[in-house]
Design a protein around this ligand. Structure first.
Ligand code: ADP
Ligand code: ZN
Ligand code: ZN
Length: 721
């Protein structure tokens, strides 16, 4: 039938574009297209450019003259109804433009308008074989690759390069019957032994399973090594058995490999997304999760926006970890958004931690979350004992006091392992002139430079800019320069000098750049008894180090002395998490905390009555100040090359909302007042009522912004920096 002459009413849609505007725009759909569904991508002309936007509405005022859409890119939505609702919630809650929220949620390829057909990635996996040693005896490269596949697989050809592999080597393994391209098997089988659950684990698993069809948030508070992961695995088994999918969020890639390994051992599969995943691999995983081919997805915060065919359970492991908060662009908390996603879907969300955030503890006390407890470690593993080492007046050797050095020596003599924690990478904190007091500082930031060795340089940890190390003072010209303060590199030198026959492994962002590298460090460490492991907070994350019997915390003071309202909470979490690495096997661990401040009430509470004891005292300060988790908070930050502009801008904003019932504090300079040549100012908004705060933020977000100013709204900030 020819109906080309028929006049139909014009098709109009609202399109959200990735631009900093809080509104959608109407466009006409050309006749050659059907009406697109909500959540599909369209290409539109916007100002001078062509943008990829998402359809968020399908009615409009057809009387107006409107531009036509250039192209409809999808026949099916890229963001399904559930994710569209999640996007709308984030846009409202974080006061972030809806088009930019969509862009954050989509994988890079989809953002750029690429078609959503996934190229099938070829994934390689090892074929288990008893005679691989013989078959590979003369092929060391193949052997290395085979072991890597067995351990880290399945891998793409590109990922195999991390282990010095390539397609030729993979094919050689295939010919020997030792590798195959992955065949997806829909049946999972339990491959690791079944442990008998403790009574507490049993209760936790049952509690989660009972809620599988409804929105419930469980706070699984279990001391380090108490078997939280085992609880996740059991709850997942039931989820999968009901034909549902599971999502596990982990804070950082460094933590993911061990969790992925355990999940794969149990279920024979687990897809993974993290910040180092290549865009094409991510895109593929995104699609396969959407179609239900992947039943389990493990990833860092952005994995939260993956579409699922039938998601049944969300787990947020180490829920207290600040890396769940994105601190640029859309400043969202993946933990909080995970809860909203669970609510939209009507499914349970499990938050697990040994040191829950104050927010979550309070939510559990107010019965918004269900409490699940694991209060002891399985078997004979005991919690470590603490020793506070007062270092006032003591001579330190590369940051270590003599009593701590003696303790290290004792543990090493018993063929144990020792973990030394210092939260600064590099060699020394700063370069200091003992003649005039000058300190090497960054010319673009208000920050001291950290001294690094191999390669030798001064580096700004704020902007990453590097400088050559001067041999004389830049201020007075004398050559009395002192390397002040201890970083990981200096500790490594010191420990190697003190214990020349013991292997020392260093873990920080300079030494360990990939999850695979981290795993190989832990691998080598597991065979080194005695051995020393030293590093930054990368070590605080969930690794099992069964041979570690002594943990030394070189400097516990910084965090407890900081003025930031969350610093004490984060420091306590860090100490408990690092301490939790010790004594996981039969041998009881010891934790040494060096401090210039042994009477600090926070430290005392933590040592004498544990994390919960610390919580009870610290939470009262928050209550008194009306700070989160009691009051709600947002920070307005502004920066500019010109010092006055951001100050005036923030002042103007704060004045505008003072009448609205929110407490406005500031403007004040940011703790780092200048970064990358920009002057930074901020203002704090506080209210007892979230709705009041949101009304104020609605006014604020439509501010006219003077040229040259970058600014942001941060709702529920994780710090006031
Ligand atoms: P968490 O996640 O709380 O740090 P894990 O689940 O990793 O703890 O468990 C710590 C160790 O205890 C692991 O080696 C695990 O295999 C073991 N484990 C967990 N549950 C049990 C159990 N019920 N019986 C014996 N061992 C257990
Ligand atoms: Zn000088
Ligand atoms: Zn800098």
């Amino acid at each position: 039938m020819d109906n080309s002459n028929k006049t139909t009413s014009p098709k109009i849609v609202q399109v959200a574009v990735p631009r900093p505007v809080h509104q959608a725009f109407d466009y006409r759909i050309p006749d050659r297209y059907d009406m697109p569904k909500l959540g599909t991508r369209v290409k539109v002309s916007f100002g001078q450019s062509s943008l990829i936007g998402v359809v968020i509405g399908t009615q409009g005022d057809s009387a107006r003259k409107l531009k036509s859409i250039e192209e409809v890119l999808d026949s099916e939505p890229v963001l399904d109804e559930e994710l569209m609702r999640l996007a709308a919630w984030m846009s409202r809650y974080y006061h972030h433009p809806i088009g930019e929220v969509h862009a954050t949620m989509l994988p890079i390829g989809a953002r750029a308008g690429k078609p959503l057909k996934s190229k099938d990635l070829v994934l390689w996996q090892a074929v288990v074989s008893a005679d691989h040693k013989i078959k590979l005896a003369r092929a060391p490269k193949q052997q290395k690759l085979y072991l890597a596949l067995a351990k880290h697989g399945p891998l793409t050809g590109k990922e195999a390069q991390e282990f010095d592999g390539n397609t030729t080597l993979l094919k050689a393994l295939e010919r020997k019957g030792l590798a195959q391209t992955k065949v997806h098997s829909p049946n999972y089988q339990l491959t690791s032994e079944r442990l008998e659950l403790s009574e507490e684990q049993e209760i936790a698993v049952e509690g989660i399973i009972r809620s599988l069809n409804s929105f419930t948030v469980h706070l699984l508070e279990g001391i380090t090594g108490s078997g939280k992961t085992e609880v996740y695995l059991r709850a997942m088994a039931e989820t999968l058995a009901r034909g549902l999918q599971a999502l596990i969020l982990v804070p950082e890639i460094g933590l993911a490999p061990q969790t992925v390994k355990r999940v794969r051992e149990r279920f024979g599969e687990a897809a993974m997304i993290h910040s180092a995943t290549s865009p094409s691999h991510r895109f593929n995983t995104w699609n396969n999760t959407k179609t239900g081919k992947h039943r389990i997805l493990i990833g860092t915060r952005s994995a939260l926006f993956t579409p699922f065919q039938k998601l049944g359970l969300i787990i947020v492991d180490e829920e207290h970890d600040t890396s769940f908060k994105q601190t640029e662009g859309l400043r969202y908390s993946a933990r909080d958004v995970a809860i909203v996603r669970g609510q939209i879907l009507g499914i349970p969300v499990v938050l697990g931690s040994a040191t829950p955030s104050f927010e979550s503890i309070l939510n559990a006390e107010r019965r918004r979350f269900k409490k699940l407890h694991l209060s002891h470690r399985p078997g004979t593993a005991a919690l470590p004992t603490y020793k506070v080492q007062d270092i006032r007046g003591l001579r330190l050797e590369g940051g270590l006091s003599q009593p701590l050095i003696n303790a290290i020596d004792n543990h090493l003599k018993k063929n144990s392992q020792v973990l030394i924690f210092v939260n600064r990478r590099g060699y020394s904190r700063t370069l200091f002139c003992t003649h005039c007091g000058w300190q090497a500082s960054c010319s673009d930031c208000d920050a001291n430079l950290t001294l690094h060795q191999q390669p030798e340089k001064l580096q700004c940890h704020q902007c990453s800019r590097s400088y050559e190390i001067p041999s004389t003072c830049a201020a007075c010209g004398k050559s009395q320069l002192l390397r002040l303060g201890v970083g990981t590199q200096r500790l490594e030198d010191t420990l190697k000098r003190l214990f020349p026959n013991v292997p020392v492994f260093r873990v920080d962002r300079d030494a360990v750049r990939t999850p695979a590298k981290l795993e190989s460090v832990f691998d080598n460490l597991s065979r080194a008894t005695p051995g020393i492991l030293l590093g930054t907070q990368m070590l605080a994350k969930g690794h099992h180090l069964p041979n570690v019997t002594l943990v030394g915390i070189v400097d516990a003071d910084n965090g407890f002395l900081s003025t930031d309202f969350r610093a004490a909470e984060q420091t306590a979490q860090l100490i408990v998490q690092v301490a939790g690495r010790a004594g996981r096997a039969e041998r009881r661990g010891e934790v040494w905390v060096q401090t210039y401040n042994p009477t600090n009430p926070n430290l005392k509470a933590l040592i004498h009555s544990g994390y919960r004891g610390f919580y009870s005292t610290e939470i009262e300060k928050r209550r008194a100040a009306g700070f989160p988790p009691f009051g709600t908070m947002a920070i307005i930050r502004a920066e500019s090359l010109d010092e006055n502009a951001p100050l005036k801008f923030v002042r103007h904003i704060l004045n505008g909302v003072k009448e609205k019932g929110v407490e406005a504090i500031g403007p004040v300079p940011a703790p780092l007042k200048r970064r990358q040549k920009h002057f930074r100012y901020q203002g704090l908004l506080l209210s007892d009522h979230r709705s009041t705060l949101h009304k104020a933020l609605q006014l604020i977000r439509n501010q006219k912004v003077p040229a040259g100013i970058r600014w942001s709204i941060d709702v529920d900030p994780i710090d006031t920096r």
